[in-house]
Ligand binder design. Structure first.
Ligand code: GLU
Length: 304
């Protein structure tokens, strides 16, 4: 497969979409990202990397971090995690409070904000230094020791994070958050603030394309079954309230963030990351979704 040619072709075909979405503007540090940035990176499980555009440039990974914290929690807590968080698509916006009340403080899935807060809370509960262990985990998976938190973004998220505070306090009232909301939100805003490039992320997600094992080191991150379940969750819940549309159009598991990044995997083949900051009405990268749709169409690979 000539990935370089395919990526170049896609870059050209999606160019007219730039200018049709809206860069996230709920914090100044995200609002100031140039709207015309665009990069794709693919890393195959046999170690080849293909890129186009701004694939080496770092951006704010935001909700993509939820996949990595989930993997850490699933590895250490296992099935008990499901006592505190569900596995159904929410059919509601990612930061919705409404469903939580009807469902007694148990979030629908680990990839909406409430679910990700429970996951991060479980890391705090099981670990003395979650900020360090999240960073170590990400650096190890991507093979890049330079990756770091963007403390300015984390601070800004905190300043405008009233809804996330509300979610944490609300779940604490149902005894589904064990730590103090201030401590929890500090870790959560830091994980969202991680700065990574498409290349870093295409490598970091590779264990999910390889039955839970990091291909070049053979380190087991998740069991085969856990990796399958994580991919299933990405497929059904990874793209906010447009997960069904993404599954229909793209046909592979993916997770997006409001920084404009999307990670996705083709099991047995590769990890891919696309970045384009303008978002559609659901909060997914407008050009990013189209890019992945074209990728699975042109290559003919998907999970179906
Ligand atoms: N830090 C953002 C929030 O929790 C993450 C948003 C996202 O990427 O979905 O509101």
């Amino acid at each position: 497969m000539n990935y370089t040619k395919i990526l170049e072709e896609i870059k050209e075909e999606v160019a007219p979409l730039i200018g049709k979405g809206k860069v996230a503007n709920y914090i100044p540090a995200l609002a100031s990202v140039p709207n015309n940035k665009y990069g794709i990176a693919i890393t195959t499980i046999n170690g080849n990397c293909y890129t186009v555009g701004d694939a080496e440039e770092e951006f704010s990974i935001q909700s993509i971090s939820k996949v990595f914290t989930f993997a850490m929690a699933f590895k250490s807590i296992g099935e008990k995690l499901w006592q505190r968080v569900g596995k159904e698509p929410s059919g509601n916006p990612f930061n919705s409070l409404v469903q939580l009340e009807k469902e007694n403080g148990i979030p629908r899935n680990p990839f909406i904000n409430a679910g990700a807060l429970v996951v991060t809370d479980s890391l705090i509960h099981n670990n003395f230094n979650p900020k360090k262990s999240i960073l170590d985990f990400i650096r190890k998976l991507s093979g890049n020791q330079q990756i770091n938190y963007n403390t300015e973004i984390a601070r800004s998220e905190n300043e405008y994070g009233h809804r996330n505070y509300a979610l944490a306090h609300f779940m604490k009232s149902y005894n589904n958050i064990y730590s103090e909301p201030d401590e929890l939100l500090d870790v959560y805003f830091h994980q969202c603030s991680l700065s990574m490039s498409c290349v870093d992320l295409s490598k970091a997600v590779l264990f999910l394309a390889n039955h839970g094992v990091v291909p070049n080191t053979d380190e087991i991150i998740l069991t085969t079954s856990q990796a399958k379940r994580t991919n299933s969750l990405m497929m059904t819940c990874g793209m906010y309230d447009a997960s069904g549309d993404f599954a229909f159009r793209v046909g592979i598991p993916g997770k997006s963030g409001v920084g404009g990044g999307i990670i996705a995997v083709i099991p047995g083949e590769l990890g891919i990351c696309v970045w384009s900051p303008e978002l559609d009405e659901f909060g997914n990268s407008l050009t990013g979704v189209k890019t992945l749709e074209l990728f699975t169409t042109k290559t003919g690979v998907s999970i179906f």
